[in-house]
Design a binder for this molecule. Structure first.
Ligand code: IPE
Ligand code: IPE
Ligand code: MG
Length: 248
């Protein structure tokens, strides 16, 4: 029996988020530059995007570049931006052929003009696609997002557009960059690190976390299926007791 056949297709997570980590270590193992790992990471991005779409996952969010990653050596940052440009440029046709909509979350003001325009073009072109939404978290950090959202809401309170007593979970969520995206049910992190690194802190309040030692460029379809099978074996209680959930 193939791993994919062990997945209950009726209980798929609607949204999977992935912290794609381990590119540098993958390259180092092969005595190559860091960027060699990122280049090979793109192969995983393509395979996992296709696998999620084929399975029927509706949203896939990939943490591609954090706010803190801007502090890496300039040479690496420049190479990642070039890789981002090329990948979006080359993949847009694929997104169209496979009915995939592209979205981006993050502080896009920090991207160079060439990358920004390229992304906007691909987002616009794919905006009517409906099979799956691929969300790239780029120049993203959760604290940036939460502070930014707080500023937007504070401004609206100041202008009497929002009453302070109306601020609640739902209202706050509706001003996040992920307002139109359901919260992820499953978050995967590769490379054996057990941390969140400033990713979707608000949105993962009740998300199931899955950590794997696989380095991102080695992560393949079967690794994804294993994560989903593990997820499907969990009981999501949201603060209730197991007996309540099972009507015992
Ligand atoms: C993840 O791989 C990709 C980015 C953060 C852009 P890393 O480059 O962090 O790889 P490691 O963690 O050094 O192995
Ligand atoms: C997290 O990986 C960010 C991305 C995968 C884009 P990092 O490699 O930057 O995280 P830390 O520094 O190990 O926490
Ligand atoms: Mg890393």
């Amino acid at each position: 029996m193939d791993l994919i056949d062990k997945i209950d297709k009726k209980r798929l997570p609607k949204h999977i988020a992935i912290i794609m980590d381990g590119n540098g270590r993958w390259a180092k193992k092969r005595s190559k530059e860091h960027i060699f790992g990122h280049i090979n990471g793109v192969v995983s991005v393509k395979k996992i995007t296709e696998a999620c779409s084929n399975l029927g996952i509706k949203f896939l969010t990939l943490y591609a570049f954090s706010t803190e990653n801007w502090n890496r050596p300039k040479q690496e940052v420049d190479a990642i931006m070039d890789l981002l440009y090329d990948t979006i440029h080359n993949e847009t046709k694929n997104f169209m052929d496979n009915n995939i909509r592209l979205m981006v979350i993050g502080n896009l003001e920090l991207l160079n003009e060439k990358c920004y325009n390229n992304l906007m073009k691909a987002i616009e072109q794919t905006s009517a696609n409906t099979k799956m939404t691929l969300v790239l978290a780029l120049s993203y950090s959760s604290r940036w997002e939460i502070v930014n959202t707080t500023k937007i809401i504070a401004e609206k309170v100041k202008n009497n557009d929002i009453n302070i007593n109306d601020i609640n979970d739902d209202l706050f969520s509706s001003y996040l960059t992920t307002a139109s995206i359901p919260e992820p049910e499953l978050l995967i992190r590769t490379s054996g690190e057990y941390r969140i690194s400033n990713f979707l802190l608000w949105q993962i309040a009740y998300t199931e976390l899955y950590f794997t030692p696989k380095l991102w460029p080695d992560f393949r379809e079967d690794d994804l299926y294993e994560a989903i099978i593990d997820f499907q074996g969990r009981e999501r209680r949201f603060g209730k007791t197991s007996e309540q959930l099972n009507n015992l």
